[in-house]
Design a protein around this ligand. Structure first.
Ligand code: IMP
Ligand code: MG
Length: 197
């Protein structure tokens, strides 16, 4: 599906940015196919057990809402907000849990759903935090696994697409809070990124 069909209310400025500064990484159709495939794999893996699915806001919101509709298991959902502060001296490294889960997860199977794993620091920090609450298991599913800048020894248990490098926007992912609502995944050109700020 082209952007024209997928999103008919683009402003001229947004249309211009998309045309000039972005290239399509994956179309809405490719994303839907991948999400269905992930849903099938996850449904099989948990063998009818209930899964507590935790979406990471804001980037994971669109992937989360599509994925849960493709998972054929009893699920409960919650959302958290994580935030990075460039402060390596803070107790959690440089990642803060701004809004934590609101239910007990002891004995439960937990699946964290996020937009992208980059350095891996935020999801490693959050996973460690959840493990202290005594869940039966904690697994991670991200739409994108971006490998080149990985610092933490972690990788997603499930991922939609793997890339080496590049800055991704659309389908929940932002650049300076823009472009989250775009229905496709785009690579935003590095030079254009500077011009857009
Ligand atoms: P981490 O480096 O794996 O801890 O990722 C931290 C967060 O950085 C992710 O959850 C995203 O919100 C953001 N991020 C990393 N790479 C990208 C990207 O290519 N596009 C948009 N956001 C990104
Ligand atoms: Mg994020």
């Amino acid at each position: 599906m082209g952007i024209e069909q997928a999103n008919t209310t683009l402003t001229p400025l947004l249309r211009y940015v998309i045309d000039q500064a972005m290239r399509v990484l994956h179309t809405a159709d490719e994303i839907a196919e991948k999400v269905a495939e992930l849903g099938d794999r996850i449904s099989l893996a948990y063998q009818s057990s209930e899964v507590f699915i935790i979406g990471v806001l804001k980037g994971g919101f669109m992937f989360m809402s599509d994925l849960v509709r493709r998972i054929n298991l009893p699920v409960k959902i919650d959302f958290v907000r994580l935030s990075s502060y460039g402060n390596a001296d803070s107790p959690m490294g440089d990642v803060m849990i701004v809004d934590d889960i609101h239910e007990a997860i002891a004995g439960k199977h937990v699946l964290i759903v996020d937009d992208i794993m980059d350095t891996g620091k935020s999801l490693l920090t959050f996973k460690k935090h959840l493990l202290e609450k005594g869940p039966a298991s904690v697994k991670i599913c991200t739409m994108i696994d971006k490998t080149q800048r990985r610092e933490a020894s972690i990788s997603p248990d499930y991922y939609g697409f793997r890339i080496n490098e590049g800055f991704v926007v659309g389908y929940g992912l932002d650049f300076a809070e823009n472009y989250r609502a775009l229905p496709q995944l785009y690579i935003l050109d590095a030079e254009d990124r500077r011009n857009l700020l």
